[in-house]
Write a protein that binds this ligand. Sequence first.
Ligand SMILES: [Zn+2]
Ligand SMILES: [Zn+2]
Length: 116
Amino acid sequence: MTRQSYGPPSTRSEERAWRAAGLLVDVAGRALPATVQRCAFCDGGDLGDSCPASLTCPTCKAAPRQRCHRPSGHTAEQWHTRRVRAADLEDQRREDDGDSTLPARWPDAQPAPTPA
Ligand SMILES: [Zn+2]
Ligand SMILES: [Zn+2]
């Protein structure tokens, strides 16, 4: 199983910089695209992994592409934890299916190196 040589980055901008420099790879060991395409499901970028917004939230039942909402009906600031967890499980399933387009996982070793 290919792992990233660096990371994990502490911020999204750091991740973008590493990606632009060709330091991040997919599970097949290929460099990830230098620029991030828009995600089809949320306002963020498509990082190649499963977006929580592509799934129905187990907690608030928000449909795909809809933001999570509180019991009051107000839009929540973040995805519910169980929705994020469901996206992680979807990534695991894709990995088990041999999907080679997933980004490689961050190294297990802590602390991991950061590029100079
Ligand atoms: Zn997304
Ligand atoms: Zn939710």
